[in-house]
Design a protein around this ligand. Sequence first.
Ligand code: FES
Ligand code: FES
Length: 156
Amino acid sequence: MEITFEVNGQSHNLAGVAPLESLAVILRDRLGLTGTKIGCATGHCGACSVLIDERLVNACLVPAAQLQGHQVTTVEGLETSEGIDNVQQAFVEAGAVQCGFCTAGMEMAAHALLSALSNPTKEQIRSALTGNLCRCTGYQKIVDAVYQAAIGLKGV
Ligand code: FES
Ligand code: FES
């Protein structure tokens, strides 16, 4: 099948795509956007989290057949003209990244949360990140990073 959709503000027209090919595979293998990771490929780990029309989804569960006309944002799309964005900066400053495999998904989930709730409590942050697994950090620094991003990077 042929699909036309946007990724990070850029339009893509892809031909010869299998209807069930996942968005995660399309991003990585066809578009070279390898910031989106594939861990479980079954919707359980959150490593492939991206936004579709501003809604947080697991890209491994989104088939190509559902992409026509939609707007996808990946971790590459968070970058601003000045470099990494405030959530990414907070992850760096809080030491919330170790192997980094979960990081893109965590940051996309954080963006989705902060779009909906600009001043979340740590409990609300923990709840919003329950679909994103991390095997390295113990989560506390990730929660701290999102909290600090929310309050404007004051004294991480
Ligand atoms: S790779 Fe998609 S949720 Fe794990
Ligand atoms: S930093 Fe390694 S899985 Fe999260």
